[in-house]
Write a protein that binds this ligand. Structure first.
Ligand SMILES: *Cc1c(COP(=O)(O)O)cnc(C)c1O
Length: 490
């Protein structure tokens, strides 16, 4: 019987199969010249749904041909300079090489007896990250599937600590105490904070919005007042979430000042560095993270600013023992008496990918400095793009970049706010439909804006200029259409 199992018997088959896949990808890579096809969901769905999953092709070549039609033709390519939408990065080759090992060996990072050396590769990288963050000698952490999970776990640990150290009445039920717990975050914080509050049994109302300053940074003085007010009302501050790189504006909250306030109030400080965390490798912008070393927990997304494939993230903690709030023992897996380095004791997940290996090979092949140079290039590019926007009479830019995002809109003189709100989302849709440029959209101060997220170190100012040209051209075209339509209606 022929076998598709990865085993000694299939070693030759493995090599030829993987080589076919690499050939397909390499051909694609050479051919891709737009970030996507621009096809709509209605156009793509039938291509996929038309495949009869009960009629196997029994041949890799045919399956790969089909894969090109159902997936690659309409995939979104983050390495194309026309892509500037969400927080997706092009990936580095050493990390892709690691993926081969991650999936083929298929280690599972829950217990030592399923992962062997992998456990210490992950631990070494956790320590490396914590050290660069400056979290101190007692720090620890664990890899997660992404910033959402990292934030959830951090807040779970904050909840556990608050039960121990907060103003919880020993006679109070768990539910009654929880109903008094509050999380403090700015409006600019990631929505996973609110989702976590719900998952942790606090409810969405448990997130108190702290005002921001004119640069959209969480205001430490307002935080101080908010925390004081909460206590006065008999509420229990459970955590403050500061953001190091907000998703829209890339803003870094004043971490040192916020840490001071948290220390005075005895509240857990979580820093969501899903976006900005990559700055620990930066050669020229590392100072933007100053103060992060005072956090009780930190989220870092390697799959955003370390140029790693999805998924790769970590949650780091100042005190290793706070991870015990996710420790549960199962007789079959990690019995209390095991005395083995079982990563499941620190994680929300059980079976878990060896994502750490991607960062490992990246650091071993390229080194952290080269990762940092890549990231710095994107911050430089954002500054260059801001200068272009600032000088452009038809385009408006909302703020100077801090990391590598720009919030902008098409709004030439004489165009009302309402008309700009109407036109800008249409510009975004039209560009995506063309397949040539992808930008994001957002709402800021109640108005509709476009957003460029620049995470490609190879994108040049000329590439950004082309995107801006396309925005302007499409904006003019839409306004002309609108005028013609109004004329016709008169
Ligand atoms: C992207 C992001 C998240 C969510 O991370 P995922 O990896 O997408 O789950 C959380 N916080 C911030 C600030 C982010 O930018």
């Amino acid at each position: 019987m022929s076998s598709e199992l990865f085993s000694a018997r299939t070693a030759d088959h493995y090599v030829s199969t993987m080589t076919q896949g690499i050939d397909v990808l390499a051909r694609r890579l050479a051919a891709v010249d737009t970030p996507t096809s621009g096809r709509t969901p209605a156009e793509v769905e039938p291509l996929v749904r038309g495949v009869d999953l009960d009629a196997p092709l029994l041949d890799v070549g045919s399956a790969l041909e089909e894969l090109e039609r159902v997936y690659l033709d309409d995939a979104v390519w983050f390495h194309d300079p026309g892509y500037a939408a969400h927080l997706n990065c092009p990936v580095v080759v050493p990390a892709l090489l690691a993926e081969l090992f991650v999936s083929s060996v298929n280690s599972s990072l829950d217990t030592w007896d399923q992962s062997g050396g992998a456990t210490f590769v992950e631990r070494h990288l956790v320590d490396w990250t914590a050290e660069r963050l400056g979290l101190g000698p007692d720090a620890d952490g664990v890899f997660t599937s992404g910033g959402t999970q990292s934030n959830l776990q951090a807040l779970l640990m904050a909840r556990g600590q608050t039960f121990l150290t907060g103003d919880v009445d020993p006679g109070e039920t768990f539910a009654a105490a929880l109903s008094r717990f509050r999380i403090f975050a700015s409006d600019e914080s990631h929505f996973s904070v609110r989702k976590s509050a719900t998952l942790l049994g606090l409810g969405q109302g448990a997130v108190t919005t702290v005002p921001t300053d004119e640069r959209r940074r969480l205001d430490p003085e307002a935080l101080d007042v908010s925390l004081g007010n909460a206590r006065a009302q008999g509420l229990v501050p459970m955590a403050v979430v500061a953001t190091a790189g907000t998703t829209d504006f890339g803003v870094v909250d004043p971490l040192r000042e916020i840490a001071d306030v948290c220390r005075r109030h005895g509240v857990w400080l979580h820093v969501d560095g899903a976006y900005g965390g990559g700055l620990i490798t930066s050669l020229r912008y590392r100072h933007l993270l100053d103060g992060i070393e005072h956090a009780d927990s930190v989220t870092v997304d390697y799959h955003k600013t370390f140029f790693q494939p999805v998924s790769a993230s970590a949650v780091l903690v100042r005190h290793a023992d706070t991870l015990r709030h996710v420790t549960y023992h199962a007789d079959y897996l990690n019995p209390r008496a095991a005395n083995l380095p079982n990563q499941v004791d620190k994680s929300l997940q059980t079976t878990r990918r060896f994502d750490a290996l991607k960062l490992w090979l990246t650091l071993r092949v390229m080194g952290a400095d080269q990762v940092g140079e890549h990231l710095d290039a994107t911050l430089d590019l954002a500054r260059a793009a801001h200068a272009m926007l600032d000088a452009d009479p038809e385009l408006e830019v909302a703020a100077e970049p801090v990391l590598s995002t720009l919030v902008l809109r098409y709004r030439p003189q004489g165009v009302s706010e309402a008309l700009a709100d109407d036109v800008n989302p249409r510009i975004r849709t039209a560009l995506a439909r063309s397949g040539r440029f992808m930008v994001a959209g957002t709402v800021a101060d109640g108005r509709r804006w476009l957003k460029l997220t620049l995470l490609n170190p190879e994108t040049t100012s000329a590439d950004v200029a082309r995107i801006l040209d396309a925005v302007r051209d499409k904006g003019r075209e839409l306004l002309d259409d609108l005028h013609a339509y109004e004329e016709a209606g008169r």
